[in-house]
Write a protein that binds this ligand. Sequence first.
Ligand code: NAD
Length: 489
Amino acid sequence: MPELFIGGAWTAAAEGGTREIRCPADGTLVATVDEAGPRDAAAAVAAAREAFDTGPWPRTPAAERGALLLRVADLLQRDKADFARAESLDTGKRLVESEYDMDDIANCFRYFGNLVAAGGGNRIVDTGDPGVDSRVVHEPVGVCTLITPWNYPLLQTAWKVAPALGAGNTFVLKPSELTPHTAVMLMRLLTEAGLPAGAANLVLGAGAVAGAPLTEDPRVDLVSFTGGLATGRRIMAAAAPTVKKVALELGGKNPNIVFADADFDAAVDYALTAVFLHSGQVCSAGARLLVQDELHDAFVAQIVEQAQAIVLGGPFDENARSGPLISAAHRDKIEAYVAAGLAEGAVLRCGGARPENPELQDGFYYLPTVLDECDTQMSVVRDESFGPVLTVERFRDEREAVALANDTVYGLSGAVWTKDTGKAHRVACRVRAGTVWINDFHPYVPQAEWGGMKQSGFGRELGPAGLAEYQEAKHVWHNLSPTPQRWFA
Ligand code: NAD
């Protein structure tokens, strides 16, 4: 069956393009899928435009839109095992992590389903004039282009699809060309849940070929993008001539600040998951460890000991605790960052190489790596390497910790570890990031907004603001008994 979904029909790429999807864990062929070109992108936008302008979805009552999202959540739960397996084959991530992701994805649909069904947001405005009915209503923005990355393929998609549909929009989704399968499966579930034809459209293919037209097309009203900073800049520029609404969820280089009075064991444990979960391919990863001087030696020694014990393996290896990188090109990039860091004076404490295990040679594995004695001038500290590489910086006091934490162009997430509640809150308030954890790392809930400051992007996903991104506020002023004003009489 073809994999592009346009106007409610499964179609092959107009120009016959295909792409092989290979599992990053061992290079095995997962499937060959259709690869769209600009003509397919244009057809998908046309279908979404038609469905928005004349189709039933934007005019479906909010309660029914919410109910559909809740049905999708149930279907996702029903098919969880199939979805998780497909996600793991595309990404190489451990099956158990994909299973967690599927629960989060169903919860995201459930959250937005309930939020939308509850209505709200529209309000009567008191103008002081009983002859006027003044209301603010929230309408869908229109046709949305949704572009997503490969690290959490369906999760990032759900954060966009659920609120976009909930608000009554139609959309064209372009997932990462490396990880298309769960997006294809989601289209089937949306149809099964009763979404009318044309409201959801799917285009698979390379960013520059299939994605770029979706960001330029004048028939598109909004572009919501999750991915890298360089792509985000291009997308913002592409959307500018037609002044589309744009939301950008970009990268991060996130500080994990550990004070000397932190709970040692917990801080070590969370510092490891902060950076090495999913081999560091997490936008909010705690890739920068900022540790107070007097704690530094003991803390880094413990991190190194535990990092060296992390077992690497494929998605279905139950002993493995971390998986491969997404591609050979991505591993090359990480190796270049580590080499640059060492050349700039960083000290290698562990890793810094591919594993020697012969069973892992067909996958894109890289050892958990700790680079000590780093500073914010090094490219390995400044740039997002998006791999299993922890850089360690020292600080003397609270003031220096905050200054170092903010010495980055990014502002996605950060964490502070201390038993001093006052200090924890002072630092959390001063770190310029969209999410700050205190004595924790990574948790999020769909009720709370997610997004970046500075060059980590703008706009918010999840929470009420995540729905508002996909809505336009309109003021409707109704003069109930118009009489001539005679302004020009
Ligand atoms: P990427 O920017 O290379 O690609 C992301 C998506 O954009 C893909 O679907 C790609 O095909 C598409 N694309 C590429 N060029 C395009 C263009 N010119 N026009 C339109 N679309 C284009 O990013 P990636 O390597 O897939 O993902 C990793 C990045 O995503 C990291 O930087 C990570 O931090 C970021 N990310 C951010 C968040 C967040 O919530 N802020 C979450 C996950 C990932």
